[in-house]
Design a protein around this ligand. Structure first.
Ligand code: ASP
Length: 453
């Protein structure tokens, strides 16, 4: 039994939904279908989720939003029209959107979550109606009814473990199950959304719940590429990679698959296959527990920007018990999460996403570090990019760090810091943001000998 998830571009128009239908019908193991809200049809198009967010915000401020409501409804209407569906489905969607918009605004966060979630919820109803219209037994299933229970805050839902057992019974449901992605319900019956692009997470939770043999994630590319295709012409496609490799790559900017979505599938040992709705016969990329290491040390290169580092130096830091804990405690008190912390004998850097820290917070943090830790120097560096070279093969290959730093040196790039994760699956290089692309290209040339864009 397979869980199949279709992303926003795969369900953005009637034509795309016909492809979805054919894909599901071509394999009788494709039983549970998770869908996103209608996404972009062309580069400048607006996702239904973004329209809904704008609309909800206007309603919250008691402003007119007729045109936005129209824009949302006409997206569904044009899809229904293309698919020759009766108008009743659009009436149902219109009523639902209006009742959410006119719902209880006393808890604005929950109000907004209910509106955001309507994008997938209504699309699942529409797609189920289309399957039935084609003579196929199919039903829309609501996450509450199925037992997808979560906790956590808006945009940061966390699945509760008991959900998995409840979801198992979806196996018994006759016909095809069409399930909306992106949200669950808390124990109080309120809708809580996952983070953006969170339908990937729903698919993975369902795959775990029904103990699927495979989780197929259909998107709009043939495979996960070894590097951002905007930087390198025809980059190598990755056929197979491990959960850990994918986690590292999606963390650092590979947006093909949500980084949080790996965990449920990984916990149940279910392989994930990323495939293309527009070219379903392409093999795609498989994410598995273990793979054969036929490639070199590196399987992919990713990068992300807008990081900053807090550098703290103190002579004999290594002998001071509790130094690291105290430093991290200060960050914790400011509610900041950190990404990496490369260290030396007398110094330590903490790397964070800089959007978390405004100028005022930064000043207060530095002051507290001076007062409480008595360092010789504290320096904050902004606008850093992190480049990750990723590959399980690194463990068995000598000299990967030397090759990477050499390639960067030859490209005239100064490495601000290096960090190798203890698992030896990735190596991180911090560089100035302005040199990010060049650094990625230099590393790609070194490990894949590619043709640059
Ligand atoms: N529609 C939601 C978003 O735009 C979730 C998803 O597409 O996976 O983020």
């Amino acid at each position: 039994m397979k869980v199949v998830k279709f992303g926003g571009t795969s369900v953005s128009s009637g034509k795309q939904i016909e492809k979805v239908f054919n894909i599901v019908m071509s394999d009788q193991d494709r039983k549970i279908v998770v869908v996103s809200a209608p996404g972009k049809r062309f580069a400048d198009d607006i996702k239904v989720t973004d329209l809904l967010i704008e609309c909800g915000e206007k309603y919250l401020q008691n402003q007119e939003a007729e045109d936005l409501v129209d824009a949302v409804i006409s997206r569904y209407a044009s899809i229904a029209n293309e698919l020759n569906l009766p108008n009743s489905i659009i009436e149902t969607i219109y009523k639902d959107v209006l009742s959410r918009l006119n719902g209880d605004k006393s808890k604005p966060i929950h109000y907004m979550d209910a509106i955001k979630a309507s994008g997938e919820d209504n699309h699942a109803k529409l797609i189920a109606a289309y399957f039935r219209h084609q003579g196929i037994e199919a039903s829309y299933v609501n996450p509450k009814e199925a037992g997808l229970i979560v906790n956590g805050s808006s945009g940061n839902a966390r699945v509760l473990p008991e959900s998995y057992d409840r979801l198992y019974s979806l196996r018994e449901k006759p016909g095809i199950v069409i399930f909306p992605g992106f949200f669950g319900y808390n124990n109080e019956g309120e809708i809580i959304t996952f983070s953006r692009s969170g339908s990937d997470i729903t698919g993975s939770i369902l795959a775990n719940g029904i103990k699927a043999d495979l989780y197929e994630n259909f998107t709009d590319v043939d495979a996960v590429y070894s590097v951002n295709p905007n930087l390198v012409k025809k980059p190598k496609e990755i056929r197979e990679l491990t959960y850990r490799e994918m986690r590292e790559l999606s963390y650092a900017g590979f947006s093909v698959f949500h980084d949080e979505a790996l965990i449920p599938a990984f916990q149940a040992g279910i392989p994930v296959n990323i495939k293309n709705t527009n070219n379903p016969s392409a093999k795609g990329t498989r994410i598995v527990n273990q793979r054969e290491h036929r490639n070199g040390p590196v399987i992919g290169i990713a990068s992300d920007h807008d990081f900053c580092s807090i550098y703290v130096n103190k002579y004999l830091m290594n002998r001071e018990i509790g130094f690291g804990r105290k430093l991290l405690f200060i960050l914790e008190e400011f509610g900041l999460s950190y990404e990496h912390s490369p260290s030396g004998i007398d110094d330590l850097s903490i790397i964070l996403r800089q959007s978390q820290m405004d100028a005022e917070t930064e000043k207060r943090i530095i002051k507290r570090i001076y007062e409480e830790l008595g360092p010789d120097e504290v320096k904050v560096e902004h606008n850093l990019s992190l480049i990750m070279i990723v590959g399980e093969g690194m463990r068995h290959n000598i000299g990967t760090a030397a090759r990477a730093s050499n390639a960067l040196a030859e490209a005239g790039i100064n490495i601000e810091m290096i960090n190798q994760g203890s698992s030896e699956v990735s190596m991180m290089f911090g560089v100035k943001q302005a040199q990010e692309n060049r650094a990625v290209q230099a590393l790609y040339e070194e490990f894949f000998a590619g043709v640059l864009v």
